[in-house]
Design a protein around this ligand. Sequence first.
Ligand SMILES: Nc1ncnc2c1ncn2[C@@H]1O[C@H](COP(=O)(O)OP(=O)(O)OP(=O)(O)O)[C@@H](O)[C@H]1O
Length: 357
Amino acid sequence: MAKAITARALRKVYPGHPPVEALASIDLEIQDNEFFTLLGPSGCGKTTLLRLIAGFEHPTSGSLEMFGESLLDSPPYKRPINTVFQNYALFPHMTVAENIGFGLQMLGTPKAAIRSTVAEMMELVQMTQMADRQTSQISGGQQQRVALARALAPRPKILLLDEPLSALDFKLRKKMQLELKRLQTETGITFIFVTHDQEEALTMSDRIAVMSNGAVRQVGRPREIYDRPADRFVADFIGDTNFLPAKIIGRDGETAQLRLPSGKMVQAHANEASAGQVTLALRPEHAQLTSEAEGLLAGSLRDVVYFGTDTHFHVGLDDGSEFVLRQQNGPTVAHSYVTGDRVGVSFPDGAAQVLRD
Ligand SMILES: Nc1ncnc2c1ncn2[C@@H]1O[C@H](COP(=O)(O)OP(=O)(O)OP(=O)(O)O)[C@@H](O)[C@H]1O
């Protein structure tokens, strides 16, 4: 089965003094019917990649295929691809229904077909009640839904979404995240979604490509990206991470035996043939606070910070570094350590990940 999108050695340099290499050399495959997210900090090349797929920009070199056929000679309007922009770009003096039908009208679709598709799309985004309202008279979340319906109406094979939720407030954003995922599942259209918000990426995506400096650092399912970050950049960019020095002294497939600076031994996941001195990544919620004697690491408790849903413990390890643990709060959860206590930090075999660099 051909992939929805296949990019090989895709490179984009914007001319100028000096020129900007926005995409270094990207290899990427996006499956049909996938909710695929491009995640990375500002300026890493996410929008550039979307613009190449949409056809608004031409690559400097490399290949770009959709369902096994090159996209490079096809102008944007001939690609069965639609884009939802951050600012929605709705026509304020047109009604909800007119906005949704606009693309179809431009394509010369017969009136009856437009009417039935518009009705179907309004149903899909739950805007049927507001069909005759002007889009200048509806809320931000409703505008977002209309923009989505308008982009979905011509039934593109791929929908590109460039930070479509960033103008919405926190609550509405959460709601729209779920709605977008539902829309993708219901329509079966491949969604390529751009965001710099890691939580948004983790909650909605089938797979995520983490980008930095024009390169793809890791592609994987949200859980893989979170639990098994490939390198320090990914571990640092997504969630909070503790980094620990360790030495690999044995290996059984993807499981490495490591010695910690304390002399204690632990097993961790290692993707590649890393050897010798390495860095381990460990999530704060994957570690437990213990007595000094029971811990794999030892130190003093520096801070206890209450966050409502959980409590963060900052431990000053004996090697001078800081380790953060996170423990979920509950009506029966209590801890007996106070700032200044000697404590241990422990974590189960398999909880930590050996990083690539
Ligand atoms: N038209 C252009 N001309 C020159 N440089 C550009 C142009 N568009 C983007 N760039 C540069 O290319 C790099 C990648 O930009 P891009 O917009 O793809 O990043 P992004 O990850 O989408 O960032 P953001 O999250 O801020 O939108 C940046 O360094 C940017 O300044």
